[in-house]
Design a protein around this ligand. Structure first.
Ligand code: PBG
Length: 335
């Protein structure tokens, strides 16, 4: 059949492909930007020296001893990454029912915070406030029977936030999803003369299958009894995320986070539109693992998928992204 050339008068002269013709014209009309300043790099730390321990489910991600983490911090700062988020792998001998190690001012994450802070003062340091690295049962709070106790957990979280802030943490990031922890932590920081310590609330954190590799990395996965659905959110909900964010802002959060990332871009957009507080996205371990596994098996172009995914967060309204790709992406952006 011969090709029929149709009359496209209905376009009224508009042809959206015109601006897509050249590299320069695409650059000129690009709506979203991504710079290293938008990237926060999560690091896993372990005890010891001069060691990097691969995380099997996250090829390219290693647990680092503190001296190696200092070097990683220097590399990140050199690329313009503004902050690191530190996660400790706690030795099983230091885990307990009540997670008391969280309150030890000399615990692994506190030592990492103070050593990185003194060696690389120009980079911001974020630490999770939650008990899962320290509990024998892998839950984020104190348990009684099957129940994760809310108010008793908040007590411990307040103490944890204080030891971390005193060790040099610039931003405490409660990731536990207990009710009322933001306000309790804010008040305690203020009363201890730590009114400049920032709080980034994991405000809308969903009970998710995408945290699997992280739990392997911090050694809490194998021990977790049951799931976290009595405190983390149901993935079917949106309105509830807005209530969580509203509540955390009312309690004093400086910044909020939505987590996981890619399957929750709709939540990021609604939070960004609905509130004037900076909103961050966490591209979690399972997302990193999926992109990397597909890339390594030749199914997708890993680096292209990495950049596309990071831009997608920015397009959805995220001010910044916590991502295991942060250093690699920053290097690519800096060319
Ligand atoms: C712990 C915590 C988790 C993550 C960050 N902080 C796991 C969980 O809640 O079970 C997940 C991060 C990731 O998957 O990359 N409260």
């Amino acid at each position: 059949m011969a090709w029929v050339r149709h009359d496209l008068d209905f376009l009224g002269g508009h042809r959206l492909r015109r601006t897509r013709q050249f590299g320069w014209s695409r650059a000129m009309v690009r709506e979203t930007t991504l710079t290293p300043a938008n990237l926060i790099w999560p690091l896993f730390v372990i005890d010891g020296t001069a060691t990097r321990q691969p995380v099997a489910s996250m090829p390219g991600v290693d647990r680092l001893t503190i001296d190696m983490a200092v070097e990683a911090a220097k590399a990140a700062a050199a690329e313009g990454i503004p902050a690191l988020a530190l996660f400790p792998y706690t030795d099983p001998s230091r885990r307990s029912e009540g997670g008391e190690e969280a309150l030890n001012p000399d615990n692994l994450v506190c030592r990492a915070l103070s050593e990185i802070k003194s060696a690389v003062p120009e980079i911001g340091l974020i630490a999770d406030v939650a008990l899962d690295p320290y509990t024998s049962h892998g839950h984020d709070g104190v348990m009684e029977g099957e129940i994760i106790l809310n108010d008793e957990t908040v007590e411990v979280l307040v103490g944890q936030a204080l030891v971390q802030a005193k060790a040099g943490c610039d931003i405490v990031a409660p990731s536990d999803m207990m009710d009322g922890r933001i306000g309790a932590i804010r008040r305690a920081l203020d009363s201890e003369g730590l009114e400049q310590t920032m709080v980034m609330a994991y405000a809308a954190k969903y009970a998710s299958a995408f945290y699997g590799p992280f739990r392997e990395a911090v050694g809490s996965g194998g021990r977790l009894k049951g799931d976290k659905r009595t405190y983390q959110m149901d993935y079917a909900n949106t309105e509830e995320a807005l209530r969580e964010v509203e509540q955390d802002i009312a309690e004093g959060a400086d910044m909020v986070m939505v987590k996981p990332g890619m399957p929750y871009l709709d939540i990021i957009r609604r939070v960004a539109d609905g509130f004037s507080v900076p909103v961050f996205a966490y591209q979690v371990s399972g997302e990193y693992a999926m992109i990397t596994a597909a890339g390594n098996s030749g199914v997708i172009d890993r680096e292209a998928a990495m950049m596309e995914s990071l831009y997608a967060f920015r397009r959805a309204g995220a001010r910044g992204i916590l991502s295991y790709f942060a250093l690699e992406a920053a290097r690519k952006l800096n060319g």
